[in-house]
Design a binder for this molecule. Structure first.
Ligand SMILES: [Zn+2]
Length: 503
């Protein structure tokens, strides 16, 4: 009994400290969750408690370095609270994009920082910590002989056990996200882009290629491909539209599939650290105007590919797919125009957030057509019907998105062609698995569509015949790089004609 009394001040100190951290930092990552079912809410609570417990472990061990701890901890605490403010108020994502913006002193985040609410929040948190440290000035210092030390080791182990069970379960949440996003930012991208040395040119003119890169859309959920629900009420009325329903990719993550789709890297290539050529680097050399308009925050694996475009706009770059306040894809079209000078060739890439989980966040309420829908982020508390209904609602949204885009492209005088390709599919309950990070075969058949303008049709009847002829073929996502160079009549650069869908 006497012994336990000895440790009480220490227990009080660490309990209090963890409550402060929870209030000012950790809880920020949870407040925007949809609180639907009791079961789901209990899972969120367990997640939070485990995260906080693991954090206690790291902090306790850090506090063994008594003097260093007293100086460094408040600095880290204030740093983390200045980020948690954005997560609390706007559900911003502490990811690579954010770290990049800060390290490259991006002016648009400076505007956010300067609000009085932000200053007030940081002052309040700093003052609370200062007061807390003063009150516990005489607290017993941490020691490896303390029972809390053993508890702390369990806490640290919790971090690794949970991360091993579910990758990024903690790494994406504050305050861990700050550290891991910085590490990710500092690491070099896996793919190294080659410079195009050839004197590339084109015989083409007045061509506009619109490439829409989709997200997590599987081919068999389009009614265009025979799905038993009408998920394409608008596109099914469009003429000049061809759907390829047998496109395959082995990559089921955006970070792996995009570098493959947008470069000459083949799906058969085994090396992950290889040199590859960006599609846009070749087209730039042939004097194409290249532009990227993205509604997904930049990831390190394809950052350089985006930057190989002559113009790039990343919309809503501080909200990743995890944010519940992420902008909907229709915003992409506000940044896209068909106005252009005659004769110039152009490729515009629109990168959608598409059908990425959490499905409800992708659509506006007028697209909640199939019901009942999901109400929680915890899949275990949802039914198969709710999940598939919500997923199909995102396909309805896509149908509307592409239809508006096509109507816009019809106004253009250029020879216009639109290629829509999702980066991969999605697992929807096959073998009890959900979402796309499962490497399941259900996630390997992305949706792919081609639409062409009447001008294009008149000018290239043979290409249209080829498309119609090949639409039943089983192809891989390798087709994209070679098809676009073929389409652009690229000369003096070697590519594989036989992989082109127009050849
Ligand atoms: Zn993806």
């Amino acid at each position: 009994m006497e012994k336990i009394k000895l440790w009480i001040p220490e227990i009080k100190f660490h309990l209090g400290l963890n409550i402060l951290i929870a209030v000012f930092i950790t809880i920020a990552s949870y407040v925007h969750f949809p609180f639907g079912s009791l079961k789901g809410n209990l899972v969120y609570l367990a997640h939070f408690l485990l995260l906080q417990f693991s954090l206690f472990g790291f902090i306790y061990i850090f506090s063994l370095l008594n003097k260093v701890f007293k100086i460094v901890f408040p600095i880290l605490f204030i740093l983390a609270t200045s980020f948690s403010f954005w997560v609390y108020t706007q559900d911003l994502t502490i990811g690579v994009g954010m770290i990049q913006a800060i390290s490259e002193t991006n002016s648009d985040i400076a505007i956010d920082v300067l609000s009085y609410q932000f200053v007030l929040f940081v002052l309040l948190s700093s003052f609370s910590l200062l007061l807390f440290f003063r009150l516990h000035k005489k607290s017993r210092v941490s020691s490896i002989k303390s029972p809390l030390f053993f508890l702390a080791i369990f806490g640290v182990l919790t971090f690794f056990v949970v991360e091993n069970y579910k990758y990024d379960a903690f790494k994406n949440r504050l305050p861990y996200s700050l550290y891991f996003a910085s590490v990710k930012y500092a690491n070099k991208p896996k793919i190294k882009l080659k410079e195009v040395k050839e004197q590339v040119f084109t015989k083409e003119e007045n061509l506009h290629i619109v490439l829409v890169v989709g997200e997590s859309v599987r081919a068999d959920h389009l009614s265009l491909n025979g799905y038993n629900r009408n998920t394409n009420p608008l596109l099914s009325k469009q003429k000049n539209l061809i759907s390829f329903k047998k496109v395959y990719t082995p990559f089921t993550f955006t970070s792996q599939s995009l570098p493959q789709i947008l470069t000459d890297k083949s799906i058969d290539s085994k090396q992950s650290h290889q040199e590859a050529t960006s599609l846009y680097s070749v087209l730039n050399k042939a004097s194409f105007k290249t532009e990227w308009i993205g509604n997904q925050s930049i990831e390190r694996s394809y950052k350089d590919i985006i930057y190989s475009n002559t113009s790039k706009i990343i919309i809503d770059k501080f909200h990743s797919f995890q944010s519940f306040k992420k902008q909907k894809d229709l915003v992409l079209l506000d940044h896209f125009s068909i106005e252009d000078s005659k004769l110039e060739n152009r490729i515009s890439t629109l990168h959608m957030i598409g059908s990425h989980w959490y499905y409800n966040s992708r659509i506006t309420s007028d697209f909640q057509y199939f019901k009942p829908i999901i109400s929680s982020k915890y899949i275990g508390s949802l039914t198969k019907d709710e999940l598939i209904n919500s997923y199909d609602n995102t396909i309805l949204y896509l149908d509307n998105f592409l239809n508006i885009l096509i109507e816009k492209l019809k106004q253009s005088s250029k020879n216009t062609i639109l290629i829509y390709l999702s980066d991969h599919g999605e697992t929807l309950g096959e073998d009890g698995k959900w979402l796309h990070a499962q490497r399941h075969k259900a996630a390997r058949n992305p949706a792919m569509l081609v639409w062409f303008s009447n001008n294009f049709k008149e000018k290239y009847p043979l290409k249209i015949n080829q498309l119609k002829f090949k639409k039943q073929d089983s192809i891989t996502t390798d087709f994209l790089f070679h098809s676009i160079l073929d389409l652009g009549k690229i000369e003096n650069y070697k590519f594989e004609n036989k992989k082109s869908i127009f050849d």
